[in-house]
Design a protein around this ligand. Structure first.
Ligand SMILES: *Cc1c(COP(=O)(O)O)cnc(C)c1O
Length: 386
């Protein structure tokens, strides 16, 4: 099939977009291109546009083509990490004095990048609860931001933001609307189709999917912003290496079926947790009691693999996080194996004491693709240890 046929279904694109077999040998899996430089047929005579590994690499192109197809973007760019992708986008889109309106429970590293790296360069930051569009409208009315940045579902409180509504508010004010789609992945949610301008990924999470590669990506609805960001990718150089790009490509081929299983298992764990007397509250958009349930059902095709729970106090939350056996206590999320995280002292330690701080009673689960009954039994035995 053609490598980028947008009419194909999601899972067909995941397997095939950008992955045409090697025309020379017929190798079904395209070779990983490690070469840093390319022979020229006379000065400037490039065979396929490739010149030097930072400016372009065929394996990276294959990944970028695959991600653009899955997000429905005109173009995607791949980076060495999620934060490298964010940094390139922010510096391509903003100038000193511009303001970013940021969701109040975005990834801690995004807040750190904006407040501690770009802040001293003159980028201003305001924080709002993006799941409350009235609050967003009021903030925009008070002062128009250059960029609106949201994570939905958010981390770790799983708040759901109406992407279409947010895009309208942002665009009316002339802002670029950015959605960090790391938690849902394009298998469950396509923000560009809902009106967003740019999608951000930590490919380290569900895209790679096996906790063995760090990477990041951007997908664009607009060719001009993509072009400006591509210049920064080239000129500042935070590209993904060919082996990392290859591992991410390989992970993405199974994204669709993994996200189905993550969602199925997370639903089972969440439904079990809500019945447990030691659990004060469960945060999972797949539960009908979740305030964003209907919205999530309308803009997502599954509820994803992240479940957060609230316990009686910080000591109970810490003890729970240290008592699971199948869920490994570790940072990160989105791999096939289940992980447990205590945000206050782990992923979100850098936002302690800020407006993004996570309550010390919260534990976040990244529910993997193991057997659901084993995962339920594991949270049960950890709760019994409290
Ligand atoms: C991990 C993460 C990031 C940062 O990505 P890295 O690959 O760690 O640089 C950004 N956003 C979200 C939602 C994340 O979970």
């Amino acid at each position: 099939m053609s490598t980028h046929d947008a009419a194909r279904g999601f899972d067909s694109l995941a397997v095939h977009a950008g992955q045409a077999f090697d025309p020379t040998t017929g190798a079904v899996i395209p070779p990983v291109h490690l070469s840093t430089t390319y022979a020229q047929d006379g000065i400037g005579g490039l065979r396929d546009g490739y010149e030097y590994g930072r400016s372009g690499n065929p394996t990276r192109t294959a990944l970028e083509t695959q991600i653009a197809a899955l997000e429905g973007g005109v173009r995607a760019l791949s980076f060495a990490s999620g934060l490298a992708a964010e940094d390139a986008l922010l510096r391509a889109a903003l100038v000193p004095g511009d303001e970013v309106l940021l969701g109040n429970d975005v990834y801690g590293g995004t807040y750190r990048l904006l407040s501690r790296v770009l802040g001293p360069w003159g980028v201003r930051l305001r924080v709002v609860d993006m799941s409350d569009l009235d609050a967003v409208a009021a903030a925009i009315e008070e002062r128009a931001p250059r960029m609106v940045w949201v994570e939905t579902p958010s981390n770790p409180m799983l708040r759901i933001t109406d992407i279409g509504g947010l895009a309208r508010l942002g665009h009316d004010a002339g802002a670029i609307v950015v959605v960090d789609n790391t938690f849902a992945s394009p298998a469950l949610q396509r923000p560009l189709s809902l009106g967003a301008d740019v999608v951000v990924h930590s490919a380290t999470k569900y895209l790679g999917g096996h906790s063995d590669v760090v990477g990041g990506a951007l997908a664009f609805a607009d060719a001009e912003l993509a072009e400006r960001t591509q210049f920064l990718q080239f000129a500042a150089g935070a590209v993904s290496g060919p082996l990392d790009a290859y591992l991410t490509i390989r992970g993405i081929k199974t994204l669709g079926i993994r996200m189905q299983r993550h969602s199925f298992n997370a639903q089972a764990v969440a439904e079990h947790l809500v019945t447990h007397p030691r659990v004060a509250k469960v945060y999972y958009p797949g539960l009908p009691v979740h305030p964003g349930h209907a919205l999530a059902a309308s803009q997502m095709s599954g509820f994803g693999g992240i479940v957060s729970l609230e316990l009686a106090d910080g000591a109970a939350a810490r003890r729970f996080a240290e008592s699971t056996r199948l869920f490994t206590l570790a940072e990160s999320l989105g791999g096939v194996e289940s992980l447990v995280n205590y945000p206050d002292a782990m992923t979100h330690a850098s936002v302690r004491g800020t407006e993004l701080a996570v309550p010390e009673t919260i534990v976040r689960l990244s529910v993997g693709i193991e057997s659901a009954e084993d995962l339920v039994a594991d949270v049960d035995q950890a709760l019994a240890a409290l």
